[in-house]
Design a protein. Structure first.
Lengths: 283, 316
């Protein structure tokens, strides 16, 4: 029983980080209307950001996680202004193909610059016992940080003026424009937030998993599964979807095999799209 | 009227001469050139197959590698484990792919737009991971792949893929200038309107999907016979989906000869880049894809039509 509880908690911790990745994707998709396939690559860049900050500049990973948010936010704003904003009025599939190209461009460049070597950030290693269960230190810290960022995003979207404007843009861009909201600015802001979330998630991921140029692929498939589970543009749904996928992954890894756990996102995407294409949760 | 007739005859003469030249190539060219042409033709079929379905219906198929991989895997396993003759193994692989894709199309083609694209990616990724797991290892030999020798000579392989590419392009030409092609275009422009006009959209989409699966599956079978090796991470790779899409986008989506032009040019680019810049090869491809979408969404043929270099006609 205690084992089962431990697996559940492990899944929850895993899921909280996945939710962070998924939230960025669903925000950009829902508000900006762009399906960012390169989202996973920004997670990878976030992880490398923390890694290089740690190994070259000896910056504390916790600090580089905080630093990654503004850095990636501005990168996202620039990318949106220069590239993706042009595609807003085009068919949604052109943005899909464009970001597909961007994703390949980024991982291959990363592979070229940093090679395929597996790397990790040796920080907060080891476990600690708590109430008869054993917790990984880095996993617990990751969970706490993911929780913190998620809460901040919730509060921002719910109560701040910009958050409300973003939600208005997502519900109906034209009406929002008529009401005096600068929708272009809101899209830019949201794209930045999405990339910022991806970068932060990547920096958090670097604390507990290996880093390599093609790691984005596994996170993007999970993020898509989360968006499909939670419903497009639904932040609460993305959180729930992330936790569900985390728990499922922990259970399958334990009782079947680690390779079978890799299939979960694909299976979830196919099943949910067929049975409930609007996601499991009400907006 | 007479002039047009003359033009048409001349085009046919050109095609016949080109075919005779292509057929005679193994008699005088070196193996290097035959290999290069084989690759061009394989990717022509991939690109034309992608274009036949996605170019006409507007449903972006991001799971082309799934067609390639399943056609390739079935025929490779038949050759490797059951000693099938390649000529029988190939069509069985293609038939298997198209029969499965009837089911896949029936289920997934109800999903629209971006979600369809994602579900095809999920299908491909899922199949790749599944083929590598220990549960399927007895059949698929797991992630380490299957080496095999089909006992086919390079010229024979070249002629086979030449015939397939020719047939594929003929079928595409017939479909693109038929009422069926127009129905598919109507689906691309507005599926609901098409349905209101009495077009059986589901049936038409599935038919195009299955045709595309058959051609691409057959080319996949030939591709892996040529390679003498198949493994899940290449057979279902994003690379195999991406390259034909880039080729089609470059030549022109929804045109018959766009994929041919794209496949020819990009195979040469591939040869040069692969030799010179192996490590940055995919990055350059990704960059080209972005530039194409941003600046030349019509492709080369579309761009030439816009400039009046080629006539803007679609004969029915």
């Amino acid at each position: 029983m205690l084992d089962f509880l431990e697996i559940l908690i492990r899944g929850l911790m895993l899921g909280s980080v996945y939710a962070l990745v998924g939230m960025g994707l669903t925000l950009v998709w829902g508000v900006v209307g762009i399906v960012n396939i390169a989202h996973g690559e920004f997670v990878m860049l976030g992880a490398y950001f923390a890694f290089w900050a740690f190994s070259l500049l000896h910056i504390n990973p916790l600090f580089s996680i905080a630093l990654s948010i503004p850095v990636f936010f501005f990168a996202g704003v620039v990318i949106h202004r220069r590239i993706t904003e042009r595609l807003i009025k085009e068919h949604e599939l052109s943005a899909l193909i464009l970001t597909f190209g961007m994703s390949i461009l980024i991982w291959n460049l990363a592979q070229f610059l940093w090679t395929n070597t597996y790397r990790s950030v040796p920080y907060l290693t080891g476990n600690f016992p708590f109430m008869g269960l054993v917790f990984g230190k880095s996993k617990t810290v990751s969970f706490g940080l993911a929780f913190l960022i998620t809460t901040a995003i919730f509060l921002f979207l719910r109560y701040s003026k910009w958050g409300k404007a973003i939600r208005a843009t997502s519900q109906n861009s034209e009406v929002a424009l008529v009401c005096g909201i600068n929708t272009m600015k809101m899209r830019m802001l949201t794209f930045g937030m999405g990339i910022g979330l991806a970068g932060a998630a990547g920096a958090i991921i670097s604390l507990q998993w290996v880093i390599f140029p093609q790691m984005g692929g596994s996170y993007i498939s999970k993020a898509f599964a989360i968006v499909v589970l939670g419903g497009l543009g639904n932040i609460h749904g993305a959180l729930a979807g992330g936790l569900i996928i985390g728990i499922l992954e922990a259970l399958v890894t334990q009782y079947l095999s680690a390779k079978m756990a890799q299939i979960i996102p694909s299976v979830i995407i196919l099943i949910i799209l067929l049975l409930r294409p609007t996601g499991l949760f009400k907006k | 009227m007479k002039r047009r007739f003359g033009n048409k005859n001349r085009v046919w003469l050109g095609i016949v001469l080109l075919m005779i030249f292509l057929i005679s190539i193994p008699f005088f060219a070196t193996d290097y050139w035959i290999t290069l042409l084989t690759l061009i033709l394989i990717f022509t079929v991939y690109a034309a197959g992608w274009n036949l379905f996605s170019g006409l219906t507007g449903y972006t198929n991001f799971g082309l590698a799934w067609f390639i991989g399943s056609g390739g895997y079935v025929s490779s396993l038949l050759i490797a484990d059951y000693n099938f003759f390649w000529l029988f193994a190939w069509p069985i692989g293609a038939l298997f792919t198209s029969i499965v894709s009837i089911g896949v199309g029936y289920i997934l083609l109800r999903i629209k737009g971006v979600y369809f694209a994602i579900s095809m990616v999920a299908l491909t990724e899922g199949t790749r991971e599944l083929f590598g797991t220990e549960y399927l290892t007895p059949i698929t030999h797991g992630g380490k792949g299957v080496p095999f020798i089909a006992g086919i000579k390079l010229p024979t392989l070249y002629w086979a893929i030449l015939v397939l590419a020719f047939l594929t392009l003929m079928i595409c030409y017939r479909i693109f200038s038929s009422k069926y092609g127009l129905r598919l275009l109507a689906i691309r422009e507005d599926e609901q309107a098409a349905e209101t006009l009495g077009i059986h959209t589901t049936r038409d989409k599935i038919l195009a999907f299955v045709l595309s699966a058959f051609m691409v599956g057959l080319a996949g079978a030939i591709h892996f016979t040529y390679q003498n090796y198949i493994d899940p991470s290449f057979a279902f790779s994003i690379h195999l989906t991406l390259t034909p899409i880039v080729m089609t986008l470059f030549g022109g989506v929804g045109t018959v000869f766009g994929p041919v032009i794209g496949a020819t040019l990009f195979t040469f680019i591939h040869e040069i880049l692969w030799a010179e810049l192996t490590l940055l090869y995919m990055a350059i491809f990704g960059g080209i894809l972005m530039v194409l979408i941003l600046f030349f969404p019509q492709g080369l043929l579309g761009w030439m039509k816009e400039r009046g270099i080629l006539p803007r006609i679609r004969k029915i």
